[in-house]
Design a protein around this ligand. Structure first.
Ligand code: SAH
Ligand code: SF4
Ligand code: F3S
Length: 470
């Protein structure tokens, strides 16, 4: 069965939001104060987008959103891509129990990727009895219903699904930024890289219908959004399984036509199937940012093979060369894993060789984390933890060298900046981003937030610029 947009489900959940609203009002009347809520997000931009949906629903249900985990309804939207993400969640959960002791009416909920792992659910059931609600990634659209059940019951509610084909559109969303937004174009992943847990916790690939995506973006633009980030685990396979198949390049071409939209970004394309069409569309576009995040993971063909990435060192470098030839001002960033089982110092030499040749503008570097249930979890390490740490430091040093050099190459020039927020340390300054994603700070007022301005990039300080509006 292919995925489908379930309109009646949207209506059902809207009714539950109303029921929650009445319940929240009742409790609030009893307490003589407003009820507060808080969503804490761990993990990637997909989770960040999901959290905006959770907040949208909570707000509609009558909660006041506060910036404090000590609230009447606190939910953690969890990530399990690496073990340290899980450890953070357990640590923070411990703190919540103290809050709940002082506020017995407090409800604690958990959702997101960690919840799709049976061992996690068992652990919470055993050691964190004070959690009120747990649900997973496949039924997040049922949140209004689950919230209602949680508000009207005293027992722990657990609702985790293995899979879902449903895509439920048009539930409320509360955006973090007024002028930019993430947009899910697809859910799940079919690639099964041997180290990665995402396909197990997010399920099989499902694309949204192009007309639903375009409608959502048009509505956002009408509401003041000028930049969108199209989100998917492998955007290159967008649309392949729709009833009327459409490619990612074709989707981009359609999105580009939306009037009033100024900047388009996307994440993540997989190097194994980045098409010439996509390169051409990015090259010829005035809206699609010339920034491609192209995760390489390793520079060793042997390791790439065992990672099930389905490209070699040479193919990756050839792709980088092609992209740079077609789009000379492109900024290329990547993800790298160090310490994959069986990786040797010589494999890491290959990774460093690719970093230098590809000349990345930036890279996220991770130490391999064993994920239960993935093929690589059963494979042996040949290096010790200290040796892996030393390799990690070597890789990081190389990344810092290439990125420092690349970030600074626009010093002295004038470029367009999207003004995003007040500078954290100095309220007389604003912070924005270049199309290539580099951060720029410059003197300006808050009235410019969400506007594109031309900024002279006066001085580069490592990873950011200080400039002035011209
Ligand atoms: N779909 C994206 C990546 C999503 S996960 C892609 O394929 O490019 C984000 C990053 O986390 C990955 O690119 C990888 O570098 C890292 N990662 C995933 N699983 C990991 C693991 N088990 N240990 C360490 N890093 C991991
Ligand atoms: Fe994980 Fe690979 Fe899918 Fe990315 S493409 S989410 S790394 S399995
Ligand atoms: Fe983490 Fe799930 Fe994203 S595991 S990285 S939050 S898809």
């Amino acid at each position: 069965m292919s995925n489908y947009n379930d309109v009646s489900e949207t209506e059902k959940q809207e009714q539950y939001i109303e029921k929650c609203r009445a319940e929240v009002e009742r409790i609030s009347g009893e307490l003589g104060r407003k009820l507060t809520c808080h969503v804490t997000t761990f993990g990637c931009q997909m989770n960040a987008r999901d959290s905006e949906k959770l907040e949208g629903i909570l707000e509609k249900a009558g909660y006041v959103i506060v910036d404090d985990e000590n609230s009447d309804f606190t939910i953690f939207n969890t990530c399990t891509v690496r073990d340290n993400a899980n450890q953070k969640v357990y640590g923070r959960l411990g703190l919540l129990s103290n809050y709940k002791k002082k506020n017995p009416g407090m409800k604690i909920a958990l959702c997101g990727c960690m919840m799709q792992e049976e061992v996690v659910i068992e652990k919470i059931k055993k050691s964190y009895r004070y959690v009120d609600l747990m649900f997973g990634t496949h039924n997040i659209y049922k949140f209004p219903e689950l919230l209602y059940n949680c508000l009207t019951s005293d027992s722990m509610i657990i609702d985790i699904w293995k899979e879902s084909e449903k895509i439920v559109e048009e539930l409320p969303v509360r955006r973090k930024y007024s002028f930019k937004s993430g947009i899910n174009i697809m859910f799940g992943c079919n690639n099964f890289c041997s180290y990665c847990i995402v396909p197990y916790v997010r399920g099989r690939e499902r694309s949204r219908e192009p007309q639903d995506i375009i409608k959502e973006i048009k509505n956002l633009v009408n509401d003041g959004v000028v930049e969108v980030m199209l989100l998917g685990q492998n955007v290159n396979s967008y649309g392949k399984n729709l009833e009327n198949p459409i490619s990612f390049a074709e989707l981009l071409t359609e999105i580009e036509k939306i009037e009033g939209l100024k900047r388009i970004r996307f994440m993540t394309p997989h190097p194994k199937d980045l098409s010439d069409d996509l390169i051409r569309v990015v090259k010829n576009s005035t809206k699609i940012c010339h920034h491609i995040h192209l995760p390489m993971q390793s520079g060793s063909s042997e390791i790439l093979y065992r990672m099930n990435r389905r490209y070699t060192k040479e193919q990756y470098l050839a792709l980088v060369e092609k992209i740079r030839r077609e789009i000379p001002d492109v900024s290329l960033t990547t993800d790298i894993i160090v310490g994959f089982p069986g990786e040797t110092d010589k494999d890491v030499d290959d990774t460093i060789d690719v970093i230098k040749k590809a000349d990345f503008d930036n890279a996220f570097t991770f130490i391999y984390s064993k994920r239960t249930g993935t093929p690589a979890a059963g494979w042996e390490q040949v290096l010790t933890e200290e040796e892996i740490k030393a390799n990690f430091d070597r890789v990081l040093k190389t990344v810092q060298e290439t990125s420092r050099k690349n970030v600074s190459k626009y010093e002295g020039s004038i470029m367009e900046v999207l003004v995003e927020e007040e500078n954290e340390n100095d309220p007389s300054m604003m912070t924005g981003r270049l199309a290539n994603n580099t951060v720029v700070h410059f003197p300006a007022g808050k009235d410019l937030i969400g506007k594109l301005v031309n900024v002279s990039l006066d001085k580069c300080y490592g990873f950011y610029y200080i400039g002035h509006i011209v």
